[in-house]
Design a protein around this ligand. Structure first.
Ligand code: M6R
Length: 608
């Protein structure tokens, strides 16, 4: 995620753009920049770090320019430096571009542009867009942007200026959000409404594969062939705070609903059309992948639950033995590590002290360390031998949701990639799994479409204080995460156990005041897990079973059930966790609690 803002009208553009970017800081704050048209040339100011740094650098400049674009960055391609900050200039500086998204074919486009003599000044994927527009200087700007939209693959929301068309911003969208604001003799471009809400409430939401010509006289939206499309404005009556949360009551709920996008972005460019997994960021092709004889996965909290799933996936597909460790325990047990050991450290923030200490320890012992993190250039990313980024955008709610789901997805890709390179799985099987992974965003969307169902269920358990979350096999990961979500935001006692372990002691706690949540997708352990639920019912517990569509046997056994779309068993945590997040959310809301800032917790734990 990144944030873009553009302005054209009679006022100084910087006075609209900079405050607008501050409202979009939730979309990323690695660097910020602005470009304005001064006379017949474009001038820019860019800074690494937060918008505060950009404000300091502007220091009373750019006050005359009335057309401009700005950007706040959440780094994906290239570290969060000034050199990589947007806007990027094309050609000899006659074009400026800000972009939110990922250009999947940037490498081939870059090679082509370099061959044509264009000089690149950043490590970003975005810069190809600027040079492509510059290369099309014989066409009107809108037509040049349409052509670029046809050529660029991936997700993009862009705003573009060119010196020969003063007073014009051309904006376009595919896959990343883009709104236009219409004012009185002025117009605005933004990634999200809060950026411009104080100036206008007349908004046009731009559709995918549309290009907008934005001038002080208004906006014209066309398709990629240049035909004008119907894009009526609507009057938005949200207040600013509601708008920042996208109309949701809390960041947590917003972030739960952003999960399909987080999965899509995390998958982007990593599955090829032939059904292979492409992880160019890992120097682990062929022989390197075959050099490992064991794997450790280390993490804390929710990230540890992603590790639980990773163990099943990596062992199943690669046949390598996998151990998982709570990061704070790892180095104190003197684990056996050497240069044939792969250590995967998972941390959404990349700054968790325990996980950093564990991965540093592993590296010092000679292991190859892969970091899985959501934050580019975070400490874990800098320390590790290689990094697999999730692409969830900044997560504001303390309870991890969209970063967890993206971790699950990227760890599945890692497992399949290693298996593919080690030759431990057939090409046909990978194709089948890749197809199933590709369906996940749509399936999560389908579950989110039924959010009311989970709200109604949560109402029943407002006053319950004892929950057990049970699963078997890979569903242990889902159950563990369900329990953590509930306890951290609702303060209910919510324990996770492998369902088969209950009879060895914890079953003593089961009575008619306990709710048992069983995560039982179709799969190898389905019958055994249902038998474990019978044991809970025999002790008078209420049962909520998370099942697969069509599981009538499970439904008959449950007091309440949630049916999920069918997927591969090892992928089922991606779907199973969604209703559990929503259930926790609604139980906590019913108790009147602040779900975004639960008591005693911090988003990033930087102490050991
Ligand atoms: O940033 P990390 O993934 O390393 O954070 C690990 C845990 O602190 C984190 O997952 C924590 O458990 C969250 N509150 C879970 O919602």
């Amino acid at each position: 995620m990144c944030g873009i803002v553009g302005y054209v009208g009679p006022r100084p553009a910087r006075d609209i753009i900079v405050p607008g970017l501050e409202r979009l800081e939730y979309r990323g704050y690695d660097s910020a920049g602005i470009a304005v048209l001064e006379g017949d040339h474009i001038v820019t100011e860019r800074r690494a770090g937060r918008i505060e740094a950009l404000k300091g650098a502007l220091n009373g400049r750019f006050t005359d320019a009335t057309t401009g674009i700005g950007h706040t960055r959440w780094a994906t391609h290239g570290p969060p430096t000034e050199r990589n900050a947007h806007p990027h200039l094309g050609g000899k500086g006659e074009v400026a571009v800000v972009h939110n998204g990922i250009i999947e074919n940037h490498a081939s486009l870059r090679a082509e542009l370099v061959a044509e003599g264009f000089e690149f000044r950043s490590d970003t994927d975005t810069e190809v867009l600027a040079h492509l527009v510059a290369a099309l200087d014989d066409r009107p700007l809108a037509e040049a942007v349409r052509e670029v939209m046809r050529r660029a693959e991936g997700a993009l929301a862009v705003a573009v200026m060119r010196t020969d068309e003063p007073g014009v911003i051309v904006a376009a969208r595919r896959g990343s959000p883009l709104v236009l604001g219409v004012g009185d003799g002025e117009a605005f471009v933004a990634s999200d409404m809060p950026a411009i809400l104080e100036h206008t409430r007349e908004m046009v939401v731009v559709d995918d594969d549309c290009v907008a010509i934005v001038t002080a006289d208004g906006v014209i939206v066309t398709d990629l062939d240049g035909a004008v499309v119907d894009a009526p404005s609507r009057t938005v009556d949200w207040d600013l705070e509601a708008a920042e949360k996208g109309g949701f009551d809390d960041f947590m709920l917003k972030e739960i609903h952003e999960q399909p996008t987080a999965i899509r972005d995390t998958l982007r460019g990593r599955l090829d059309p032939a059904g292979r997994v492409v992880l160019d960021e890992l120097p682990l092709g062929g022989r390197a992948a075959r050099s490992f004889d064991k794997v450790f996965v280390v993490a804390c909290g929710t990230s540890y639950h992603a590790a639980m799933m990773a163990k099943y996936a990596i062992e199943r597909w690669t046949r390598l033995p996998v151990e998982i460790d709570i990061a704070s325990e790892f180095r104190y047990r003197d684990p056996v590590l050497d240069e044939h050991t792969l250590v995967v450290g998972i941390s959404q923030s990349g700054e968790t002290a325990d996980t950093l200490a564990a991965t540093r320890y592993a590296k010092a012992q000679g292991a190859f360390v892969v970091a899985v993190t959501n934050v580019v250039d975070s400490s874990i990313a800098r320390d590790a031998d290689a990094v697999l980024y999730t692409r969830s955008g900044p997560e504001i709610g303390v309870a991890a949701t969209k970063t967890f789901i993206a971790q699950l997805v990227v760890l599945q890709l890692l497992a399949l990639f290693l298996a593919q390179e080690r030759g431990s799985i057939s090409a046909g099987r990978i194709v089948g799994l890749v197809e199933a992974i590709d369906k996940l965003p749509g399936q999560v969307e389908e579950i989110l479409g039924r959010a009311n169902e989970f709200e109604a269920l949560a109402e029943k358990w407002q006053d319950v204080n004892d929950f057990f979350f049970l699963g078997r096999g890979v569903s242990c990961a889902t159950a563990a995460e369900g329990a953590l979500k509930l306890k951290e935001i609702s303060y209910a006692r919510a324990e996770y156990y492998p369902a088969g372990e209950m009879k060895h002691g914890p079953i003593a706690l089961i009575d008619d005041e306990v709710v048992v949540v069983g995560v039982i997708p179709q799969g190898d352990l389905h019958a055994k897990a249902l038998a474990n639920m019978e044991e809970m019912r025999a002790r008078d517990a209420s049962t909520l079973l998370v099942l697969t569509d069509g599981d009538t046997e499970g439904q008959e056994l449950a007091d309440h059930s949630i049916l999920l779309p069918r997927t591969e068993e090892l992928l089922s945590p991606v779907l199973g966790v969604v209703p559990l997040q929503l259930l926790s959310y609604w139980i906590a809301k019913g108790r009147g609690l602040d779900v975004d800032k639960p008591r005693n917790l911090a988003k990033t734990v930087t102490v050991e």
